[in-house]
Design a protein around this ligand. Structure first.
Ligand SMILES: C[S@@+](CC[C@H](N)C(=O)[O-])C[C@H]1O[C@@H](n2cnc3c(N)ncnc32)[C@H](O)[C@@H]1O
Length: 183
């Protein structure tokens, strides 16, 4: 069976190489930050964002424990402010929406900041770049978030971007993801 959340990493790997600059827009416990940091190596750079100090601390501790290359900057701020910290184009970015695994479920990504964050991420994306957005429709805000993102992405020019939705059609509440690729 396909593990959708592993699959989105395969798409990242088709665009992102050693030396590239990337962003993890929802740091959480830092698993995606680690994946990006190892992919770009010491000649690359990863910016990671989370609004929760607990997530930043958890990531900081874990990345040190697993010997991750020290090529990352962990930022305790909302992802919709990403352009304040990133002053160059990025080759790849990951959004893994929802709440911090093992943390406070009342603190989840919300449409009003997720939408401007995705717009900002697209504006930062280099040519031949990629963004993945994992959505969790099993809770009301996640479901609403996914619908709003899809409506927005559906209206973007196909001459600039290719947007794909990857979803298990016979399991409506399972996570799915959007893949946004620049030409
Ligand atoms: C599903 S978790 C991410 C998992 C993470 N990518 C990993 O590898 O462990 C979602 C995270 O998004 C964070 N988040 C919620 N709102 C945010 C915002 N406005 N900006 C940045 N992060 C946010 C939550 O605090 C939570 O840690």
């Amino acid at each position: 069976m396909i593990d959708l959340l592993s699959l989105h990493k395969q798409f990242i790997l088709t665009h992102v190489k050693e030396g590239d600059i990337c962003a993890d827009f929802t740091m959480g416990n830092g698993y995606d930050t680690e994946f990006l940091a190892r992919t770009v190596g010491m000649s690359g750079k990863v910016y990671a964002f989370d609004i929760q100090p607990a997530a930043v601390e958890s990531t900081k501790r874990r990345l040190a424990e697993v010997g991750c290359p020290e090529n990352y900057t962990l930022i305790c701020d909302s992802h919709h402010n990403a352009a304040k910290y990133i002053d160059c184009k990025i080759k790849g970015g990951m959004f893994n929406l929802g709440w911090l695994p093992g943390g406070d479920k009342s603190i989840t990504t919300m449409r009003e900041t997720t939408m401007p964050a995705i717009e900002t991420a697209i504006s930062l994306l280099d040519s031949d770049g990629v963004l993945t957005v994992a959505v969790y429709p099993g809770h009301p805000e996640g479901d609403a978030e996914g619908k709003m993102i899809e409506e927005y992405l559906s209206g973007l020019s196909r001459f600039k971007l290719c947007v794909t939705k990857i979803k298990i059609v016979n399991s409506p509440t399972s996570p799915y993801f959007f893949l946004i690729e620049t030409k």
